[in-house]
Design a protein around this ligand. Structure first.
Ligand code: PLP
Ligand code: SF4
Length: 337
């Protein structure tokens, strides 16, 4: 039998972000209730018992406008029956990512390797291209992670490791510190990059320990956040970004162009300006990957191109993200505009 530990003692060992993960809302009706939106006021019906479950942490809900059925943050995370439609050309693995070199390792582009550290995310974005991804057997954990590190050590052309997922910040600070200290000892590695949405939905994820780990690494660290709308930036997130910047981390952002969420010039320009105010540079604006269940978020390519040229006319060049898409088998992401 394991010893009995008083609840209060266990509690104080659990970081705040993990508690917020646990208490995330997991069904669409409770989500609507929390933001005071009447289900009848929606333009679509909900999809209950969706195999890609509902998951929305409270700090993200706090940024939604109560009572607004069209809130751009709500629409990113609320299930819709439209997800159940079969649409031609929208497939289960649009990027062909099940063809890894090793479990949890994707070496598609020159000099950069992607490590899939965690299966889950803190939030389930309804448009996600990884919604059908068979994570369980594709993740780098335990011995597979050791093999992936060995692969990087033996490939001298690799100068950058990208931690991805799922969301790589789902793993604990101790695990990250351990991994990064091993990467620190690989002489040909120069950069470490983390692709994450966790600080956006739970800013408390940016802990002192995480900042210390990144600050003390001898790799140049960057974090690519995933923010789609200006309303996702609030004082809590700004503070987290500030802490990361003080740790010497370069902050970039990638967004996905999404129908009814950020598909207009005002929203996109406002996003870029708020990112810059917060100390984050726009990097990519992705065209939606054609994944089954997400077709209702998609926009014609011409709309995307028009929006980007509109941004270019309004903003300094450094606030215009690159419009990008991924096509299987190419040596880099395709820059559309
Ligand atoms: C997007 C991506 C990268 C990083 O590409 P950058 O253009 O350097 O941001 C690396 N590996 C894989 C598999 C990717 O999908
Ligand atoms: S955080 Fe990223 S990987 Fe996770 S569900 Fe959202 S879009 Fe997908």
């Amino acid at each position: 039998m394991s010893p009995i530990i008083p609840v209060s003692q266990v509690d104080c060992q659990v970081p705040a972000w993990k508690k917020l993960l646990k208490t995330a809302i997991k069904d669409p009706l409770t989500l609507l209730e929390t933001v005071a939106v009447d289900p009848k006021s929606l333009d679509f019906s909900l999809s209950e018992n969706n195999p890609f479950s509902t998951r929305v942490p409270q700090p993200f809900i706090d940024k939604m406008k109560p009572g607004d059925a069209k809130d751009p943050l709500l629409l990113q995370v609320l299930t819709s029956h439209l997800e159940e439609l079969e649409v031609p050309d929208y497939s289960f693995d649009p990027l062909d990512e099940t063809q890894n070199q090793l479990p949890g390792l994707l070496h598609k582009y020159h000099g950069r390797v992607l490590l899939i550290l965690a299966a889950a995310c803190a939030v389930n974005c309804r448009y996600c291209f990884r919604r059908h991804f068979p994570y369980q057997d594709k993740m780098a954990t335990g011995d597979q992670l050791n093999k992936a590190i060995e692969y990087v050590r033996n490939s001298e052309s690799i100068t950058e490791v990208i931690l991805s997922g799922g969301d790589p910040l789902m793993v604990s600070d101790d695990q990250l510190r351990n991994l990064i200290s091993q990467l620190d000892n690989i002489p040909h590695l120069k950069r470490l990059r983390i692709h994450t949405r966790l600080p956006v939905v739970i800013p408390q994820r940016v802990t002192n320990q995480l900042c210390q780990t990144l600050a003390s690494s001898n790799l140049d660290c960057s974090i690519v956040l995933h923010i789609n709308h200006g309303n996702e930036i609030d004082p809590l997130l700004s503070r987290a970004v500030n802490d990361l910047k003080h740790s010497g981390v370069t902050l970039l952002n990638q967004s996905v162009l999404l129908k009814h969420i950020n598909d207009n010039l005002d929203a996109l320009c406002e996003l870029s300006e708020r990112l810059f105010q917060t100390g984050i540079l726009p990097y990519y604006l992705h065209c939606l990957d054609k994944v089954a269940g997400a077709a209702h978020f998609d926009l014609p390519m011409n709309t995307a191109k028009t929006l980007i040229s509109g941004m270019r006319n309004r903003l300094p060049g450094y606030l215009v993200p690159r419009l990008a898409m991924e096509e299987p088998g190419r040596p880099a992401k395709t820059i559309v505009a």
